[in-house]
Ligand binder design. Structure first.
Ligand SMILES: NC(=O)C1=CN([C@@H]2O[C@H](COP(=O)(O)OP(=O)(O)OC[C@H]3O[C@@H](n4cnc5c(N)ncnc54)[C@H](OP(=O)(O)O)[C@@H]3O)[C@@H](O)[C@H]2O)[C@@H](O)CC1
Ligand SMILES: Nc1ncnc2c1ncn2[C@@H]1O[C@H](COP(=O)(O)OP(=O)(O)O)[C@@H](O)[C@H]1O
Ligand SMILES: [Mg+2]
Length: 275
């Protein structure tokens, strides 16, 4: 097992080529936010925009449209119950983030199935929150694409069958190895099980991060990084590192770190490491 350091940031975050446009930095679709959890998808989409994704579309319940655009005019919007629009978007973007605040009722399941049915091998899909819970609840198969799961310990228990007290690195690796996916098991000192069977641990992070929306924000950063940086595994590692490094900086003089504070710090933080 390897400990992550900030060298992953200089490895991944590159100066932008002069001859570029928004399409150069990835088209990303974020799917989530039911009538109760609209904030989750707004936080995830904001994180993707501030992490530098080129073109961002948010598919959510239409009840969230006004607050979404009020907070984040940079994103486009789709009503996620519109199957045709959702299918077209899911099949045409480079990267999909699905799950933050999606909920786990049958209507949410329908949204998830539509997204999964439209993915193909060239795409990257970040599966978070309710999407993980529904895959175990409704026994939904892993979709096509480069798959990245971002479960917290309870979601990992649901997905892997390993109870939280048995989630040792050895047990987690054994299951992750059979999944053809990268798994980010989120907790204090998050572990990352990569698709090529390596294990990394995040040695940083703070209890000031223990607040709702912190994982939704990470899912958006992972989406933003994988959408624009070539090596997908390194992009995940850098996203996980950046999320907690920024939180630690804010926590130096704040008792609690709010997810949107991390998001707002991303462009300046990334600029320091770009090379
Ligand atoms: N503003 C919004 O819209 C927000 C919307 N959200 C959205 O809500 C949806 C549901 O997600 P969820 O994480 O809130 O609920 P669920 O999957 O049932 O897990 C909680 C259970 O797991 C347990 N637990 C054990 N270990 C744990 C660990 N390391 N980390 C975390 N939990 C751990 C925990 O134990 P307890 O706290 O009771 O001790 C509890 O029993 C999802 O789509 C998400 O995106 C949220 O992001 C909040 C802000
Ligand atoms: N005590 C802690 N120390 C370090 N990181 C933490 C701590 N508590 C929570 N986090 C981080 O906050 C995030 C929480 O994710 P998650 O539970 O999915 O939140 P939510 O679904 O509410 O957005 C993870 O990245 C986790 O590693
Ligand atoms: Mg979560």
């Amino acid at each position: 097992m390897e400990q992550l350091t900030d060298s992953i940031l200089t490895k991944v975050i590159k100066n932008r080529p002069a001859n570029s446009h928004k399409g150069t930095f990835g088209k990303i679709l974020l799917v989530g936010g039911n009538q109760n959890f609209g904030g989750a998808i707004i936080m995830a989409a904001s994180a993707a925009v501030y992490a530098g994704a080129g073109l961002v579309t948010t598919a959510t319940d239409s009840v969230n449209l006004d607050s979404l655009h009020d907070r984040l005019p940079e994103t486009m919007f789709i009503n996620y119950h519109d199957k045709v629009q959702l299918s077209n978007s899911a099949s045409s973007v480079d990267t999909v983030v699905v799950g933050p605040g999606l909920g786990d009722d049958v209507r949410s399941q329908e949204v998830l199935l539509t997204v999964f049915a439209n993915l193909s091998d060239q795409q990257t899909v970040i599966i978070d929150g309710s999407a993980i819970t529904m895959m175990s609840k409704y026994k939904i198969d892993q979709p096509a694409g480069h798959v990245i799961y971002t479960p917290h310990q309870m979601e990992w228990q649901r997905l892997s069958g390993i109870t939280i007290s048995d989630q040792t690195i050895e047990n987690n690796s054994q299951v992750a190895r059979q999944m053809n996916a990268t798994v980010v098991v989120k907790k204090h000192h998050t572990e990352i099980y990569t698709v090529d069977n390596k294990v990394y641990q995040l040695p940083i992070g703070t209890p000031a991060q223990a607040t709702g929306g912190m994982g939704d924000t990470l899912a958006g950063i992972v989406g933003g990084f994988t959408a624009q940086f070539t090596n997908k595994t390194d992009a995940v590692l850098a996203a996980v590192y950046a999320h907690s490094a920024i939180a630690e900086q804010i926590a130096q003089n704040h008792y609690v770190v709010l997810p949107h504070q991390i998001t707002e710090s991303l462009p300046q933080f990334m600029n320091k490491y770009a090379n």
